[in-house]
Write a protein that binds this ligand. Structure first.
Ligand code: AMP
Length: 183
């Protein structure tokens, strides 16, 4: 949380010309729309907890079936659990696709808290309060961080120093993507 994945994903998706699927954004839209899924998801999001896998996976499976997703896409904030990764593998295999690379934006926790509190002032996101930020870090450390080693072992993980200014982060990401593409 707060590492800049939304900002970088928005730029990267324009550069790569592939759709951007942010599960956080899709869940916030579902909540604002007042659907059953959205309201159930809000119970977890507003408390800084991860939304149950079945709700998130439904959103991802629906999107991956849309025509514009057939030439690839950028997943932002997903998968966040080992279970989600297994389900993603199945969804991709069914579509004869695979993960090309995984990007980690690495930041100090103190800096992340500063950025999130700053964003709270500007954007007023309900989950950017000190108590809820703490829960989001706990969720990251317990449920998401184990995925890093798993992707490292599969040779997919590329780590970028997220403490740099946004333009420098983006340049580094583009270099990594280019090197993976040229193969
Ligand atoms: P984000 O915008 O990526 O920071 O996500 C905001 C919130 O949405 C998170 O704190 C979670 O509650 C929920 N969320 C987003 N993506 C996922 C996911 N892949 N799995 C479970 N919950 C998620």
């Amino acid at each position: 949380p707060g590492a800049g994945k939304g900002t970088q994903a928005t730029r990267l998706t324009q550069w790569l010309k592939v759709p951007h699927l942010s599960t956080g954004e899709a869940l916030r839209e579902a909540k604002a729309g007042g659907s059953r899924v959205g309201l159930e998801a809000a119970l977890y999001m507003d408390g800084g907890k991860l939304v149950p896998d079945d709700l998130v996976l439904q959103i991802v499976a629906d999107r991956l079936s849309e025509p514009e997703y057939q030439c690839g896409c950028l997943l932002d904030g997903f998968p966040r659990t080992l279970n989600q990764d297994e389900a993603l593998d199945k969804l991709l295999t069914q579509r004869s696709r695979r993960l090309d690379l995984v990007l980690e934006l690495a930041c100090d926790q103190q800096e992340l808290v500063r950025r999130l509190l700053d964003r709270a002032k500007k954007e007023g996101r309900v989950d950017d309060t000190p108590a809820i930020i703490t829960h989001r870090f706990e969720a990251f450390l317990q449920q998401t961080a184990p995925l890093l080693q798993y992707y490292r072992d599969r040779g997919l993980l590329h780590s970028v120093d997220g403490m740099q200014p946004p333009d420098a982060v983006f340049e580094e990401i583009c270099r990594i993507v280019d090197s993976v593409r040229s193969g």
